[in-house]
Structures are given as C-alpha cells and as structure tokens.
Design a protein around this ligand. Structure first.
Ligand SMILES: [Zn+2]
Length: 171
C-alpha cells in the first residue's frame, strides 16, 4: 500500500493495544506505542532508496521484523539499564513485570508486521518467509495505488483507534 493505507493498517493493529493499555491506565505508554508504530510504519519501504535491495524483498519478511525487534529491544534494554541505574524509573511496575527489552522487541517486530499486512492485501504480495522461501503471499484485494483502498484503510484505522481510546478510557 501507499503511506495512507499503511498508517490505516498500523492504526488497526494498534487499536486493541491502545484499548488494553488505556484499560490499565497507561495512557502515556499508548501514546509512545502509537507514535512509534506510525513513525516507523514505512520503514520496510526504505528498500526503495537503498541500492541493490529489491523492493518487497528482505525488508518485507519476518526476518526483518525480528531484526527491527532486536534493535528496539536493545534500545529498551539500554534505557532500562540507564533508568534503573539512575533510579529514575521502576520499569517493572510500569509494564506490569514485562521488561523494557521484551516490550521493545515486541513493538519493533509488530511495527514491521503491520506494514507487511498492509502490503499483503495487494496482488504483488509479501515474501514473509525470506530468506527461507521467496514465495509471496497475498490476499489480492487491491492494488497498492488504489486511492479508495488507501483512504478507506486510513479511515477504518482512525475510527478503530478512536473507538479503542474512547472505550479504553471509559472503563
Ligand atoms: Zn512495503
């Protein structure tokens, strides 16, 4: 998909997470997760700009999701260590026992997977299992440049997130 469609799919994936985080009164975490998922929603499409990497090749795979998860996890670990040393943050309490490294890994991987889902609806598909297989998987619903699909996904994503925030804050 194009950027709008990807934002829409990312918001759709984010909506249930936002709901749960708000339910447990972690609005600040919901903001961080949402902002990160949107900021990096187009990361796999860097392959347009890096010479020698085919579009929808290596960066459109679970392997790349794991790689990005690893980077985010390392950042989380560093943050956790630094904040812990400074006594600034009791991460265990904030995340209900989940380490910031694990949360970072999940966030990074999920951000990429959301992008892959957005591309999997288009006929060109996604080679999720690269490098083990170059087979592409697709739902074949719309072409990536379909204007209605891109705006439609964005609208659905915004609506889902708004509903999740409303409900999560209400309970
Ligand atoms: Zn893509």
């Amino acid at each position: 998909m194009y950027q709008k469609g990807h934002y829409g799919v990312s918001l759709l994936v984010f909506a249930p997470i936002a709901f749960v985080l708000l339910l447990f009164e972690h609005a600040e975490l919901a903001v961080v997760v949402g902002a990160t998922m949107l900021s990096f929603a187009m990361l796999p499409d860097l392959d347009h700009r890096v010479p020698g990497i085919p579009h929808r090749g290596p960066t459109h795979s679970f392997a790349f999701a794991a790689l990005v998860g690893g980077v985010f996890g390392a950042a989380g670990f560093a943050l956790e260590t630094a904040a812990g040393n400074a006594g600034a943050l009791d991460v265990g309490t904030v995340l209900g026992g989940v380490s910031l490294a694990a949360a970072g890994f999940g966030l990074g991987a999920l951000t990429v997977v959301a992008h892959l889902l957005g591309d999997a609806v288009t006929p060109a598909g996604v080679n999720f299992l690269w490098p083990f297989s170059t087979r592409t998987y697709t739902l074949g619903l719309w072409r990536a440049d379909n204007t209605i699909a891109n705006y439609g996904l964005l609208a659905i994503g915004v609506f889902a997130t708004a509903a999740a925030v409303y409900l999560g804050a209400a309970f």
